[in-house]
Design a protein around this ligand. Structure first.
Ligand SMILES: Nc1ncnc2c1ncn2[C@@H]1O[C@H](COP(=O)(O)OP(=O)(O)OP(=O)(O)O)[C@@H](O)[C@H]1O
Ligand SMILES: [Mg+2]
Length: 405
């Protein structure tokens, strides 16, 4: 089930904000509404749902409504209209006590300017949110210590922020956001103030933390590379509206409009797209079949080789048409002529850059297998070239996916 669901979630700033709602329905732009009513559209009828354990990135230019949207999610800002559900529960209908509980137990927040208190130790900074919530000293210390350990700051609890590097300070901010072990972590430009190398480390660390803890993370950034690296899905905002929601690949390969296109035009696809994006279905055969059947399969499917797999799709080798013909002539089993060595294999996460290098030296298509050696698909050179040219159609139209084997 979705952990968060927003339906036409809207925030208008100014006097008598509700009077802008019918104007939004009429399709008035943010500029027009401001000019005619002096009201500012913060978020315009946002519709989305976020799955548990997902990293959901919100991107957009300055003023597009990212921070407002995130603050609507824990009602730090009251919506002007629309609906918000947390695990199916209506957040708008929560009374003061329920809302306090919701924020205390379910939500953590990390900000851009780590907002650390200089005169508090690292531990007392990490404890801060718990303290505000009135959690007793012993318990909050334990919780904060656990959280500091999680972000790799064990041993630093008695230091002061000024004794820490920028990256470490941001870890304290992260520890503070995680201290109450929330279901949802809201991160507003959390890494934007870090210099590039440290920033990349923090991204890796967040991904690592995420894989251990399975939190739902809502991450705001205006940096496309960051969004592509960490986002399971990305929502792009413009003038308060969400103009596209999709996986990084969706955003790159099928930008919904010119605004999104301009966002992604400078991206180096070869470093972002992966084998799983360009792979096609592999033609396979199991070894209980004979060489005649193999040749028949190849003819029917218009390919010149097949991947031999077992029943669990584990890759065993390649059967070529030549080998199958030889097996028939010499009365051999398929197994006996199977090519098992030197099969190019990559993982689904291999980026096109790696694939491209690999493909330069070999004539075979590249098999894509998971960690357990199961065949997921096959990549042919044409598909890689087409993807790099930004053309997905060519990738899926190809009939013969073993043509070079
Ligand atoms: N408290 C407020 N009162 C009036 N208008 C506001 C308020 N907060 C935000 N806005 C307006 O709402 C719109 C969205 O602002 P928001 O801060 O959400 O943008 P953002 O995408 O987070 O930008 P940035 O990348 O600069 O942080 C802007 O037009 C802004 O001027
Ligand atoms: Mg902001």
């Amino acid at each position: 089930m979705a952990i968060i669901e927003a339906r036409k979630l809207t925030k208008i700033f100014g006097n008598d904000p509700k009077k802008a709602i019918p104007l939004l329905d009429k399709g008035w732009s943010k500029d027009k509404i401001l000019a005619e009513t002096k009201l500012t559209v913060g978020v315009n009828q946002a519709e989305f749902s976020i799955e548990e354990g997902e990293i959901f990135v919100i991107m957009g230019l300055s003023g597009s409504g990212k921070s407002t949207l995130v603050r609507l999610l824990n009602r730090l800002i009251e919506p002007t209209a629309g609906q918000l559900l947390f695990s199916g529960q209506d957040v708008m209908k929560m009374n003061a006590e329920q809302l306090r509980d919701f924020r205390r137990k379910n939500i953590g927040m990390v900000f851009q300017k780590f907002a650390l208190f200089p005169h508090r130790t690292v531990l007392r900074n990490a404890e801060y949110g718990l303290e505000v919530q009135g959690i007793v000293k012993k318990e909050r210390k334990e919780m904060a210590m656990r959280s500091l350990e999680l972000v790799g700051l064990k041993g630093w609890e008695d230091s002061y922020p000024e004794q820490l590097s920028g990256g470490m300070q941001q870890r304290v901010g992260l520890a503070r956001g995680l201290a109450n072990d929330p279901d949802i972590l809201l991160m507003d430009e959390a890494f934007s103030a870090l210099d590039p190398l440290i920033r990349k480390d923090m991204q890796d660390e967040l991904l690592e933390l995420q894989s251990q803890m399975k939190k739902t993370i809502i991450f705001i950034t205006h940096d496309l590379d960051e969004a592509l690296r960490i986002g399971d899905r990305i929502a792009l905002m413009k003038d308060g509206r969400i103009v596209q929601i999709g996986t990084p690949e969706d955003i790159l390969m099928q930008p919904a409009n010119e605004y999104v296109e301009r966002f992604v035009e400078d991206v180096d696809l070869s470093k972002v797209l992966t084998a799983s994006h360009v792979m096609e279905k592999a033609e396979t055969i199991t070894l209980d079949k004979g060489p005649r059947v193999a040749l028949q399969f190849m003819r029917e499917r218009g390919v010149s080789s097949l991947y031999a797999v077992d029943k669990s799709m584990k890759l065993l080798g390649i059967v070529t048409a030549d080998d199958a013909a030889r097996a028939i002539k010499e009365n051999l089993k398929l197994e006996d002529t199977l090519m098992r060595e030197d099969i190019p294999i990559v993982s689904p996460d291999a980026v096109l850059n790696e694939l491209f290098e690999l493909m330069g030296n070999i004539r075979l298509p590249v098999a894509v297998t998971d960690d357990n050696g199961r065949l997921k698909g096959v990549v042919i050179k044409g598909a890689v070239l087409a993807a790099l040219a930004g053309n997905t159609n060519v990738v899926t139209e190809g009939g013969d996916n073993h043509e070079s084997a």
